[in-house]
Design a protein around this ligand. Structure first.
Ligand SMILES: O=C(O)CCC(=O)C(=O)O
Length: 257
């Protein structure tokens, strides 16, 4: 575990072993598909949908807070062993999930499946940068040709780079911007078996390319914070957004030492 803690600190990312059972992952995959189709078992809508039924089925499908819509997804991400694993790797006393996303990359979508280079923290003006991490749980086998998430090692210590965005599919152009500032970058591709997961720092740059395999590449993305996270003084709108932290059915605490 010691190496994981150090690797996450230094490199900004770690790849972790399988802890979810194959059956639980299969159930989660099936239930996530229901959410994508707009069938919400709990009766609660996701926080946001960036793909709707009837949209191009080869586009990347991103849905925010799918755990609100379905108890199987909620139960998967609140699994106790998962909570204690996250706490160990991040050396934390408390772990609270404050956001989640489904990222389903269909086979055969080419560049339409791309997620551009970004760091998660750029979307969160209400958090200062410490104590914020993301776990990416593989709900399908993620091979080198499935468009795995790729991370730039040690980019968690970089200053922010402008003009990089998840929704920008021009990864090659984005890489030119990155290389203007950083010549020798090292990229790792997060190939994972179903049930394995990675954890990255909110400041680590990452992206993913086309899914050239014949199966969808499916990730359940869990954004979590520990006791070192701090709110920034921002607009009322953002402060209101963070009010949800008090609602543990939206933002479950999954570890408390
Ligand atoms: O699943 C992907 O390709 C991108 C995921 C992502 O941006 C994240 O895990 O923060």
């Amino acid at each position: 575990m010691k190496n994981y803690i150090k690797d996450l600190k230094v490199n900004g990312v770690v790849i972790l072993p399988k802890i979810f059972s194959t059956i639980d992952i299969k159930k989660a995959q099936e239930n996530l598909w229901e959410v994508i189709q707009g069938n919400y078992e709990t009766g609660i809508e996701p926080e946001n949908r960036f793909w709707n039924v009837g949209d191009d089925p080869t586009n990347i499908i991103k849905i925010d807070k799918p755990h609100l819509c379905n108890s199987v997804l909620f139960n998967l991400i609140t699994n106790k062993s998962f909570g204690s694993y996250l706490a160990k790797v991040t050396n934390s006393k408390t772990i609270q999930i404050w956001h989640s996303q489904a990222v389903w990359k269909p086979a055969g979508g080419g560049k339409k499946g791309n997620a551009g280079w970004h760091r998660d923290a750029q979307y969160w003006p209400f958090w200062s940068s410490k104590g914020l991490y993301t776990a990416w749980i593989a709900l399908s086998d993620v091979k080198i040709n499935s468009g795995p998430v790729q991370f730039i090692l040690q980019s968690n210590s970089w200053k922010i780079l402008d003009k990089l965005d998840f929704f920008d599919k021009r990864i090659i152009d984005q890489e030119k911007i990155i290389k203007k500032h950083h010549r020798n970058i090292k990229i790792i591709c997060s190939t994972l078996n179903k049930g394995q997961f990675s954890v990255h720092d909110a400041l680590t740059y990452h992206s993913s390319g086309p899914n050239k395999s014949t199966e969808p590449r499916i990730g359940l993305v869990v954004h979590f914070r520990n006791e070192n996270s701090k709110r920034k003084k921002t607009s009322k709108e953002y402060l209101r957004y963070l009010e949800q932290l008090k609602d543990y059915s939206r933002c479950p605490i999954i570890y408390n030492a």
